[in-house]
Design a binder for this molecule. Structure first.
Ligand code: NAD
Length: 493
C-alpha cells in the first residue's frame, strides 16, 4: 500500500486557487477529480469565477513591475531554490500526480525530477540573457537590440505531463522576468497547485505565479480573451490550439504546442532489437498519452516479420498495474475514459479494415482493474493509411505497423500527415540516416534513440503541431520582446 501522505496534500489543496501569493478557497462551483485507476473521487477543484480570473491577472500585472526590475541573479536564485524544493519532495509530488493522472509513481517521480532540472536550467539561462549591438547605415549612430520581458503570461496546459508542461512555461517565464497565471487541465489540477506551494516556499514574490483551476472553455478562454494577458503559452490538442488562435480578440503573442502523429521508420540496415526496444518505450510509456509518442511504424520488408514478432513480444512483456500501489509498473491507468474510448475506436477501425492483431487488444483482467481506465499495450500489423491508427493521433497504448519497400515510400508515408512534431528513425546506413534526417518534415528527428527532447535544444512542432518552441535558448526567447534602441551620439559624423 502506498504511503498516504500525498492524500493530505490533496486535501489541503482541495478547492483552492493560488492568487497573489496566497491560497484561497475558490468562490465558484466545484468539479470532481477522479483517480483514473479506481474511479474514486479524490477531491474537487474550484471553477474560477470571472472575478477570480481578473484578480489573478491583476496580481500578475502588479508583480510584473517589481519582478522585471529584479536583478537576473535574484530571479536565478529563486529558480534554484524552487528546483531544490521540488526535488526534495519528489516522491510526495509524484504520488499526487499518480493519484490524478494514473502513470506509475516511479515514472511520475522522473517527471518531477525533470521539472526540478528545468528550474536549474532556466535559472542559469536567466543570467545569460543579452542583447546585441548591430551595424548602422550611417556614422554617428549605434543600434542596441535589447530583450524585454513580454509581461503577463497565461499558461494553459494538458493532463498528460502535469508537472513538466506547467514547469517549462513557469521556468521560462520566471527566467525572462515575466509573471504567469497558470490554468492546468481540469483532471490534473493538484500537481500544478503543489508546484504553486513550492513557489511560495521558495520565496517567489506574491503575484509572480498564480494558479487558477476550472474548465478550459471558461477559465482558459477567459485568459485568452483577457486584455491584460500579454502572451498565451498553450500546450494541448490542435483543435483547441486553433480555436485559441481564432478566438483571441486582441493581438497577442501565442505559442502553441499541439498534437502529433509521430512516425518511426525502421530501415533494412537497422539494429532490429534496438528499434523494438525504442518502439516499445516510445509507443507505450505513459500509456501512449504523449504528444511525441510513436503512433505508427514503417518497417523495411526485409526485417518486417522479425520486427513485428519482437514488438508483439515486447508489448506482451509490459506490466499494467495500479500505479500508486505498484510504483515500478510499466504502465498505469489511462488518465480518463476519453483517450481509452479513442484507443478502442482506433483499434476497432484498424481490425475492421484488415489489420492483424499482434498483441494486447483488451483491458487486463482482474478485480484490480475493474473501476479504472486500463488497456493492454496493443500492436496491430499490416496497416495502411485508410486506418485511423495511421492517420490520427490515438493518444493511447496502440501502435500500427506497416511494411515499406524503398526509402522514398517510407518518407512519403511518414510525411503523409498534417502534423509535424516528432519523428524517429532506426538505421545504421549513413546515406539512409542523412536522407531521413533531411526529408522528414518534423520539428524533432530522433535517430537510433527515442528521446526527441532534451532541455538544452529547442522543442517544437510545425504544420498543425504548432508554433513556437520550448526548451533551450529558443524556448526562453519566446518570453521576450525585442527592442531596437537607435542612438545618435554624433561621434565620427
Ligand atoms: P486539450 O486541448 O483538450 O486541453 C488542453 C488545455 O486547454 C486544458 O487545460 C483545457 O482545459 C484547455 N482548454 C480547453 N478548451 C479551451 C478553450 N476554449 N480556451 C482555452 N483553454 C481551453 O488537450 P488535452 O486533451 O488536455 O491534451 C492532449 C493533447 O495535448 C494531445 O493532442 C497532445 O498531443 C497535446 N500535447 C501536445 C504537446 C506538445 O508539446 N506539442 C505536449 C503534450 C500534449
Amino acid at each position: 500500500m502506498a504511503d498516504a501522505s500525498y492524500f493530505d496534500s490533496i486535501s489541503r489543496l482541495d478547492g483552492q486557487l493560488f492568487i497573489g501569493g496566497a491560497f484561497r478557497p475558490g468562490e465558484g462551483s466545484r468539479l470532481p477529480v477522479e483517480n483514473p485507476a479506481t474511479g474514486e473521487t479524490i477531491g474537487h477543484i474550484a471553477a474560477a469565477t470571472g472575478a477570480e480570473v481578473d484578480a489573478a491577472v491583476a496580481a500578475a500585472r502588479a508583480a510584473f513591475r517589481i519582478w522585471s526590475r529584479e536583478l537576473p541573479r535574484t530571479r536565478a536564485n529563486a529558480l534554484h531554490r524552487l528546483g531544490d524544493l521540488i526535488a526534495a519532495d519528489a516522491l510526495n509530488m509524484a504520488r499526487i500526480m499518480t493519484a490524478e493522472q494514473g502513470k506509475p509513481v516511479n515514472e511520475a517521480k522522473g517527471e518531477i525530477l525533470k521539472l526540478a532540472e528545468a528550474c536549474h536550467f532556466y535559472a542559469e539561462e536567466a543570467t545569460r540573457v543579452h542583447g546585441e549591438i548591430v551595424p548602422n547605415d550611417q556614422p554617428g549612430f549605434q543600434s542596441l537590440v535589447v530583450r524585454e520581458p513580454i509581461g503577463v503570461v497565461g499558461a494553459i496546459t494538458p493532463w498528460n505531463y502535469p508537472a513538466e508542461l506547467v514547469g517549462w512555461k513557469l521556468c521560462a517565464s520566471l527566467a525572462a522576468a515575466c509573471t504567469i497565471v497558470i490554468k492546468p487541465a481540469e483532471i490534473t489540477p493538484y500537481t500544478a497547485l503543489a508546484i504553486a506551494e513550492k513557489c511560495a516556499d521558495a520565496g517567489i514574490p506574491a503575484g509572480v505565479v498564480n494558479v487558477l483551476t476550472g474548465k478550459g472553455s471558461q477559465v482558459g478562454q477567459a485568459l485568452v480573451e483577457h486584455p491584460h494577458v500579454d502572451k498565451i503559452a498553450f500546450t494541448g490538442s490542435s483543435a483547441v490550439g486553433l480555436h485559441i488562435q481564432q478566438s483571441c480578440p486582441q493581438v497577442k503573442r501565442l505559442s502553441l504546442e499541439l498534437g502529433g502523429n509521430c512516425p518511426l521508420v525502421v530501415t533494412a540496415s537497422a539494429d532490429v532489437a534496438a528499434a523494438v526496444k525504442g518502439a516499445a518505450r516510445r509507443s507505450f510509456r505513459n500509456c501512449g498519452q504523449i504528444c511525441i509518442a510513436i503512433n505508427r511504424i514503417y518497417v523495411h520488408r526485409s526485417v518486417y516479420d522479425e520486427f513485428v514478432a519482437q514488438l508483439g513480444a515486447a508489448a506482451d512483456a509490459l506490466s499494467v498495474r495500479n500505479g500508486l500501489e505498484n510504483a515500478a509498473a510499466d504502465l498505469g491507468a489511462m488518465a480518463s475514459g476519453e483517450p481509452l474510448a479513442k484507443t478502442k475506436e482506433h483499434l476497432a477501425d484498424a481490425l475492421e479494415k484488415g489489420a492483424r492483431l499482434i498483441a494486447g487488444g483488451k483491458a487486463p483482467e482482474g478485480a484490480e482493474y475493474a473501476g479504472g481506465h486500463f488497456f493492454r499495450p496493443t500492436v496491430v500489423a499490416d496497416c495502411d493509411h485508410s486506418m485511423k491508427v495511421m492517420t490520427e493521433e490515438t493518444f493511447g497504448p496502440l501502435i500500427g505497423v506497416a511494411p515499406f519497400d524503398d526509402l522514398d515510400e517510407a518518407v512519403r508515408l511518414a510525411n503523409d500527415t498534417p502534423y509535424g512534431l516528432a519523428s524517429y528513425v532506426y538505421a545504421r546506413d549513413l546515406v539512409e540516416i542523412q536522407t531521413l534526417s533531411q526529408e522528414l518534415d518534423y520539428g524533432n528527428v530522433a535517430i537510433n534513440n527515442v528521446d526527441a527532447g532534451i532541455m538544452n535544444a529547442p522543442y517544437g512542432g510545425r504544420k498543425q503541431s504548432g508554433v513556437g518552441y520550448e526548451h533551450g535558448r529558443e524556448g526562453l526567447l519566446e518570453y521576450f520582446n525585442f527592442k531596437h534602441v537607435r542612438l545618435h551620439h554624433g561621434v565620427g559624423n
